[in-house]
Write a protein that binds this ligand. Structure first.
Ligand code: ADP
Ligand code: ADP
Length: 230
């Protein structure tokens, strides 16, 4: 589950061509890093993949099903984590059980035992079990991002998309967060695409690399082939 096929994808905003004829495929469970400088089209690609933006041309398939909008089996991790900071790590993780529609109000809903167990398991995966009851606003940036990953895991996704998840962190925290993200994806066989602009972090954690420049796919391969400078 979670395989991705992008076919001749183009996306324009007025006369800005943010993506130009991009095609690639990811097998179930693959962990890909999406590389490119600011403005290369990374966010646009991820927004098309999670159904928040619609392609101008081309199509995206997940498990051979064409994407027509947001799906609960596709989880998203954001640069700005989008957590509810006055609530605890555990309460935030639980909101993942609601899929993509979490809000303060929905947190108040009754959660079943299975959902609670999933939230605990996800916090354990990102190394935050001991901090489960801590308020998110009292956590460091790296811990907050790990809560964001836990929330995504509770959604029980087959596919996980992360848009510059470590861009606002110092190098040490960035490495820690990437290590947890990658570990979680491996353990649960989640097909993942993580956009990054730091090539050193990409090299350390990526197994597959997709490079964009000015909306064009300029690289798709493994680390041994990663010679070009995106
Ligand atoms: P990043 O470079 O980190 O992807 P941006 O600053 O380019 O972020 O974009 C942030 C938000 O602003 C996104 O939602 C994007 O779609 C939107 N955006 C980016 N460029 C433009 C633009 N020229 N006009 C309108 N919205 C834009
Ligand atoms: P990246 O994530 O790699 O920084 P983006 O996908 O945010 O790149 O942006 C790619 C190009 O599309 C940029 O030129 C950006 O200004 C433009 N763009 C992105 N979102 C919008 C938008 N909502 N409206 C207009 N232009 C946009």
């Amino acid at each position: 589950m979670g395989s991705i096929r992008v076919e001749n994808l183009s996306k324009s905003y007025g006369n800005v061509d943010a993506l130009k004829d991009v095609s690639f495929e990811l097998d179930e469970g693959e962990f890909a890093v999406l590389l490119g400088v600011s403005g290369a089209g990374k966010s646009t690609l991820l927004r098309c993949l999670n159904g928040l933006a619609s392609p101008t041309e081309g199509a995206i398939y997940i498990d051979d099903e064409r994407i027509t909008g947001p799906r609960d089996d596709v989880a998203m991790v954001f640069q700005q984590h989008n957590l509810i900071t006055q609530l605890s790590a555990y309460e935030n993780a639980l909101t993942g059980a609601l899929g993509r529609t979490s809000s303060l109000r929905s947190v108040m809903r009754w959660h079943n035992r299975q959902e609670k167990l999933e939230a605990v398991r996800a916090l354990d995966t990102v190394g935050l079990l001991d901090d489960a009851s801590k308020k998110v606003r009292q956590m460091s940036g790296g811990q907050q991002q790990r809560v964001g990953i836990a929330r995504a895991l509770v959604q029980n996704p087959a596919t996980m998309l992360a848009d510059e998840p470590v861009a606002s962190l110092d190098p040490a925290s960035a490495e820690t967060v990437m290590a947890y993200l990658r570990q979680a994806a491996m353990e649960r066989n989640i097909t993942s695409i993580v956009s990054l602009h730091q090539v050193n972090i990409a090299r350390e954690f990526g197994e597959r690399f997709i490079g964009l420049r000015d909306g064009e796919l300029i690289f798709d391969g493994g680390i041994d082939d990663l010679t070009i400078d995106v």
